[in-house]
Design a protein around this ligand. Structure first.
Ligand code: PMP
Length: 438
């Protein structure tokens, strides 16, 4: 094993690595459904990296496209000019988008996409003379990255409490997607619509003329695989329409096939005003994010009132050639291998295999949607998150599999190329992990 302990002070991986010194977790290669470790092990990737390698790792067409682009055009500033692949990629993404969302703003990550979408919403109202529309509505348990806008609208208090005031006038809808409420909703098909009525109460309290946008994830991944209850997004859409509030779907995780469609908006049958995306657009190969908007909204942002350029927003690496090349090759793979349809077709098998874990020690709840699962484990008496962390660590070291742990919720989201046999293998390994942490 080549574990560079002497280099450890120079790069500190994030919170999941508090046990770093005791038990390093290194990977040195990846292909398709697997990671490889420096000591020669092969790990089944149950997490698609971090919900991102939707087409699988290091797929040949993506690698080749990146290599070819690297020798051709390394960089082109979007401020002065651009390059053909950027336009082509934007048009291909727009073709996959729901409704009339046909303009793309490119950036480099989900966090940048969220901050950009919030700024687009503010600018849109502002240039139309509605400068008082500045309030943002997020959700408890929403995760929207780590930019200042994203942590302000996000619903995870630990992510924002150390960072001051952030955006002014942010309100959060209640956490609606939890186990108790889902159980409560049995026999009440429109329960989600009732929950969304909370937005009416916020509007009544603060006046619609002060509210810019509502941002929600159709399925909150980073807080434990919590899908919008039935009717919820539809009702948010109706209320936003009624009051001229923009609706933003954060599809950084749900975009590009995770729920069996190019965007979850299609699955839910709701067209938002803005969609943020990242992760799956390049299958994790090169950083890229973006925002989808319809023309009127995008124009307001890019051109300002009466098309006078007085608004500024953009990144040095917006529509970076390498990312665009990777994105085009990734979209080709999704289409050629019908990976979104494949995810949809595998969903019953996936869900059945996941539900078979019910009854294992400490399993409180199992939720699936698309090719994702969230498995809530009971917390250990000595602390929230310990059982989840131990499960993640044991999966890596003892079962040769990668999983995500969000507190004590285990989350799986494999690349969409996963086979039925690999699904069985994954849940077989997971059952062993759950027993081992009992
Ligand atoms: N939004 C959502 C819904 C996410 O899941 C994430 C990342 N998991 C982000 C935004 C932030 O993306 P990034 O880490 O690329 O900044």
């Amino acid at each position: 094993a080549t574990v560079p302990n002497d280099l450890e002070p120079y790069w500190m991986p994030f919170t999941a690595n508090r046990a770093f010194k005791a038990r390093p977790r290194f990977v040195s290669g990846a292909k398709d459904m697997h990671y490889f470790t420096p000591d020669g092990r092969k790990l089944l990737d149950g997490a698609a990296g971090l919900w991102c390698t939707n087409a699988g790792h290091n797929r040949d067409p993506i690698v080749k496209a990146i290599q070819a682009q690297a020798g051709q055009l390394d960089y082109a500033p979007a401020f002065q000019f651009s390059h053909p692949q950027a336009f082509e990629l934007a048009s291909r993404i727009a073709a996959l988008a729901p409704g009339d969302l046909d303009h793309v703003f490119f950036c480099n990550s989900g966090s940048e996409a969220v901050d950009t979408a919030l700024k687009i919403a503010l600018a849109y109202h502002n240039v139309r003379g509605n400068a008082s529309r500045v309030r943002m509505i997020g959700r408890e348990r929403g995760y929207h990255g780590v930019g200042f806008g994203g942590i302000a609208v996000g619903g995870i208090v630990n992510n924002r409490k150390h960072f001051g005031a952030l955006l002014a006038g942010v309100h959060h809808l209640s956490h609606t997607y939890n186990r108790a409420e889902q159980a409560f909703s049995v026999g009440e098909p429109e329960w989600g619509a009732h929950l969304a009525d909370e937005l009416e109460r916020i509007v009544a309290l603060h006046d619609a003329s002060t509210i810019a946008a509502v941002i929600v994830e159709p399925m909150a991944g980073s807080t434990g695989v919590l899908a919008a209850p039935k009717g919820y997004l539809q009702k948010l859409r109706a209320i936003c329409d009624k009051y001229g509030i923009l609706l933003i779907f954060d599809e950084v995780i749900t975009g590009f096939g995770r729920l069996g469609y190019a965007f979850a908006a299609e699955r839910y049958g709701v067209v938002p005003d803005l969609i943020t995306f990242a992760k799956g657009i390049t299958s994790g190969s090169v950083p890229m994010g973006g925002v989808l908007a319809r023309k009127g909204i995008y124009d307001a942002f890019m051109q300002g009132p009466e098309h006078v350029v007085e608004l500024f927003h953009g990144y040095t690496y917006s529509a970076h050639p390498l990312a665009c090349a990777a994105g085009l090759a990734t979209l080709d793979l999704y289409r050629e291998e019908k990976l979104f349809e494949r995810a949809r077709a595998l969903e019953p098998k996936w869900s059945e295999a996941a539900m078979a874990l019910k009854g294992l020690p400490n399993v409180l709840d199992i939720r699936t949607i698309g090719l994702t699962v969230g498995i809530d484990l009971a917390s250990k008496p000595d602390g929230v998150g310990k059982r989840g962390f131990e499960a993640m660590d044991r999966a890596f070291h003892e079962q040769d599999m990668t999983i995500r742990a969000v507190g004590d919720t285990l989350a799986l989201s494999p690349p969409l190329i996963v086979s039925e046999a690999q699904i069985d293998e994954m849940f077989g390994k997971l059952a062993k992990v759950i027993k081992a942490v009992a």
